[in-house]
Write a protein of this length. Structure first.
Lengths: 560, 312
């Protein structure tokens, strides 16, 4: 039975230069007891639709047409009518559990406040109800946890509290906007299980907004695909994921890294890039290509790093071991993957290899020279040139005050001060071309580019010194899947043509499987195991690896 | 190949297209205050071209014209719009000449404290450690001393060090130094805070990995990115510096009466206030108020526009 009906919903943002249609004539129906997945890339309007239901659109946006019918009431009749339903019949779960709870009130106070706002209950009754709710969402020892402050809960537990807040007024519709994006894989699966369980038990209608196709495959009954404000396709999850009708859905599904096999390239349907293979050759002319010899380029030996909190106490009691006795080798020309959840120390290792941090103990050998103990600046510069890094956040990794040309020329002129202006320009153009950007982009500022294009600029800058080792720290986790596929393809091509050695760091197991030859699994600063990619995925040796593999959302689960 | 569609813009088009320009066009306060400021700046820096009188040329003065009231009053003369002072100097020209001194002192003082404050704040934020602690404690100490007291103190010490003949000549530099030294802690604090944010961004790490030296990272990469908040407090600081200059001159420790600033004019006019010649002190004072007020309004608008957190 149809519970929520969205008819012809349009949302417009009146901007200075133009009107942006964040949602165009969207029609969606949600039944009770089912989870509708709303997927799309960033800017597709999925969150806008979620917010429009409860009229939480930020200025200057407004719902320009359409109606939202809950049960048989049009809740958008006037601007006040939504308020009666928000929080009452409709519960909300937001992305970031860190910010959706008030840090200065205990969890209990927040629950009681919400309950008393909507239901006529005495304080005692409200308390009992909240404790029952906390139990229902799986918080152990709810009676004592009731008086705790949000900071005393872990990320996953906090998200459970947020869910209990959303549920406390017996809503019939639950809108979950990226509820697990800020969480680690292991916690993500618990939260999704919880949402699935609650949907069944309480006969809820749930809208799950996410960009993660794996999450959709595992949780949603039906799925709606959105692209730039339009509803592209809606239907049974199985049907949409296995036999997508629309081109956009096809390309979206094909750019999701498969978890069960290794593919050589991502299939990109929307963009034709058949002519690109030859482009890279230009920078090859300048490249002193290293022949791959079977030797270790990087050796990490008993590496440890502790961050000491010695502001108040001088002793090392408070020190946190971010990296604890880690050893591994990276062979010349291979892609080595480091995976782990947040806080596992993977980025710290990357920063030590590129010499941003000094290790507390242990050595890093690059080309059989220990680079952690280099004192002389000129010696260090030799290695700076050979080890470059690509960062996670394309928005902060480029200086917004410099033109792309100046960003890329900085490493070139620094390591080759005698380069002539013409030569420098040509080199910049060649580099831009190798990352599939045109020459004009050299004269623009970073803010004129999208996230994926910025990441390309980052790659061009990293290649400018002709490095042998490229450290990629979550290079695609801030990007949409289709852009991710393009960037990963690009990295693969570059590696092949330039014989790069890549250290690839990610929390995303399917991506790592596609990219890496060998993988090391990190947990709490310790290396659990290192093995060849296919061995690791097919017969994981360590129980933590098995756990990670079991929990990762798999788009293939749809076939089962 | 990915194409970036929109065509290259010239600098002027870029400015016209920017949010700052549009916010400016939409804000009457910003337009009015910047127009007033432009007029004041223009008139005071090209004062020789604008006024027929040179109040500092004794031969052109006539004591017969002394104490002429403003032109619209009964005894007023059309040639002295705002009247004349006790020596027959045209008030409007005198004010514009005085305003130039005030502006020069204000600007120089603020630039001095900007360079000192941003330099210390930037390096403190970037290098951290003991150096940072010393710099920041120094600002804390200085912030406990009222800035006008600080300026008086500097002025007093300078008077002791500089010989009497040199004093009038050096007065303006002493004043600039005195005001500048009392304003720098603000700049140091703001730029240190902004540096702490910027230095942890990836573009700084990227430059470090490339091998760029700390000095270049600080001045080429971080400095341009922390200038926004610094410029905002710089604008408001300019109004404060001009007021501080006037206060010091009013107290008699600022510029000498031979090259009077607005503050000096107010002090000189103050003597005539009770004998009925109100215009001699009133017009410099109202001029000072308008000047400081316009700068503050412009500073407010800049703060609102340049601070993304306050955007609606």
């Amino acid at each position: 039975m149809t519970f929520l009906k969205i008819n012809n919903l349009s949302v417009d943002y009146q901007m200075r230069k133009e009107t942006v249609n964040a949602a165009k004539n969207v029609n969606i129906e949600v039944n009770k007891g089912e989870i509708l997945g709303l997927v799309g890339e960033s800017g597709s309007g999925k969150s806008t639709v979620g917010n429009a239901i409860i009229n939480l659109i930020d200025e200057p946006g407004k719902v320009s047409s359409g109606s939202v019918i809950l049960g048989d009431i049009n809740i958008h009749e006037n601007s006040e009518s939504v308020l009666k339903y928000r929080g009452n019949k409709i519960g909300l779960i937001f992305q970031d559990p860190q910010t959706s709870l008030n840090p200065i009130l205990t969890v209990g106070e927040q629950l009681i406040e919400t309950i008393q706002t909507h239901l006529k209950l005495s304080k005692e009754e409200a308390k009992n109800k909240s404790i029952n709710l906390l139990k229902e969402v799986g918080i152990k020892d709810a009676e004592t946890r009731f008086d705790n402050y949000p900071h005393q809960f872990s990320g996953g537990m906090r998200q459970r509290v947020v869910i209990s807040l959303a549920l406390c007024c017996e809503p019939e519709l639950l809108i979950a906007d990226e509820p697990t994006t800020a969480l680690d894989v292991s916690i993500q699966s618990q939260i999704l299980e919880l949402i699935k369980k609650l949907t069944k038990e309480r006969n809820l209608a749930v809208i799950l907004i996410t960009h993660d196709m794996g999450v959709i495959a595992e949780t949603a009954d039906r799925v709606a695909v959105m692209k730039s404000g339009n509803l592209v396709e809606i239907g049974e999850t199985k049907k949409i994921l296995i036999k997508p009708q629309e081109n956009y859905t096809k390309s979206l599904v094909s750019s999701v890294p498969p978890t069960n096999k290794k593919i050589s390239r991502f299939v990109i349907i929307e963009k034709e890039n058949s002519s690109k293979k030859e482009n890279n050759i230009k920078i090859l002319n300048r490249w002193t290509k290293k022949e791959i010899i079977d030797q270790d380029l990087v050796q990490v030996k008993n590496l440890s790093k502790s961050f000491e909190d010695n502001f108040f106490t001088e002793n090392s009691k408070n020190s946190v071991m971010a990296v604890n006795d880690v050893s591994f080798e990276i062979k010349e020309g291979e892609s080595f993957g480091l995976v782990g959840e947040s806080g596992s120390g993977k980025s710290t290792i990357a920063k030590m290899i590129v010499n941003l941090f000094k290790p507390s103990s242990g050595d890093i050998l690059f080309d059989n020279v220990c680079i952690t103990k280099i004192k002389q600046k000129s010696e260090l510069m030799k290695f700076r040139k050979q080890i470059q890094m690509i960062f996670q956040d394309p928005y902060s990794s480029l200086n917004g005050r410099l033109k792309v040309k100046d960003i890329i020329s900085e490493p070139i002129t620094l390591h080759n001060p005698s380069i002539s202006n013409i030569d420098l320009n040509n080199y910049i153009y060649d580099l831009l071309e190798s990352v599939e950007l045109n020459q004009k982009s050299a004269y623009r500022y970073p803010h004129e580019f999208s996230g994926g294009q910025r990441q390309r600029i980052s790659i061009a800058r990293a290649l400018a010194t002709q490095p042998r080792l490229l450290v990629c720290d979550e290079p695609t986790s801030a990007l949409d899947v289709s852009i991710q596929a393009q960037i990963l393809n690009l990295l693969k091509d570059l590696q092949e043509q330039l014989n790069l050695t890549i250290l690839f760091i990610s929390h995303d197991l399917p991506v790592v499987r596609q990219m890496c030859d060998r993988i090391g699994v990190l947990k709490d600063g310790k290396l659990c195991e290192v093995s060849n990619t296919e061995d690791l995925f097919l017969k994981p040796g360590h129980k933590y690896t098995r756990e990670l593999l079991r929990l990762m959302p798999k788009i293939e689960s749809i076939y089962n | 190949m990915l194409q970036v569609d929109n065509k290259s813009l010239s600098n002027w088009e870029r400015i016209k297209d920017s949010d700052i320009y549009h916010s400016f066009i939409k804000s009457p306060t910003a337009i009015v205050s910047s127009t007033i400021l432009f007029i004041i700046f223009f008139c005071s820096f090209f004062v020789e071209l604008i006024t027929p009188y040179n109040p500092f040329d004794p031969s052109s003065l006539s004591l017969m014209d002394a104490f002429t009231p403003p032109s619209w009053t009964e005894d007023g003369l059309a040639k002295f719009i705002l009247g004349t002072d006790g020596q027959g100097r045209d008030m409007l020209s005198t004010i514009l000449y005085g305003c130039r001194i005030s502006l020069i002192v204000g600007f120089s003082a603020i630039i001095f404290s900007l360079i000192l404050g941003v330099g210390l704040g930037l390096t403190a934020g970037f290098f951290g450690g003991k150096y940072e602690m010393i710099v920041m404690r120094l600002t804390d100490v200085q912030l406990t001393v009222p800035s006008i007291l600080m300026a008086l103190l500097v002025d007093g010490i300078a008077r002791g060090l500089i010989s009497r003949e040199m004093h009038d000549e050096m007065a303006i530099y002493v004043l600039i130094f005195a005001i500048g030294i009392s304003e720098w802690p603000q700049f140091a604090r703001v730029s240190r805070a902004a540096t702490l944010v910027e230095k942890n961004k990836d573009y700084v790490s990227a430059s470090t990995i490339i091998g760029v030296s700390n000095i270049i990272i600080m001045f080429k990469h971080i400095l341009p990115n922390i200038l926004r908040p610094v410029l905002v407090i710089g604008t408001i600081g300019l109004a404060l510096a001009i007021l501080a200059e006037s206060t010091l001159s009013f107290l008699g420790v600022g510029v000498p009466p031979t090259t009077p600033s607005l503050g000096t004019l107010i002090r000189l006019g103050n003597d005539f206030l009770f004998s009925g010649e109100w215009w001699i002190t009133f017009f410099p004072a109202i001029f000072l108020v308008i000047l400081a007020f316009s700068i503050n309004l412009l500073g407010d608008w800049m703060r609102d526009t340049l601070n993304p957190k306050l955007k609606k």
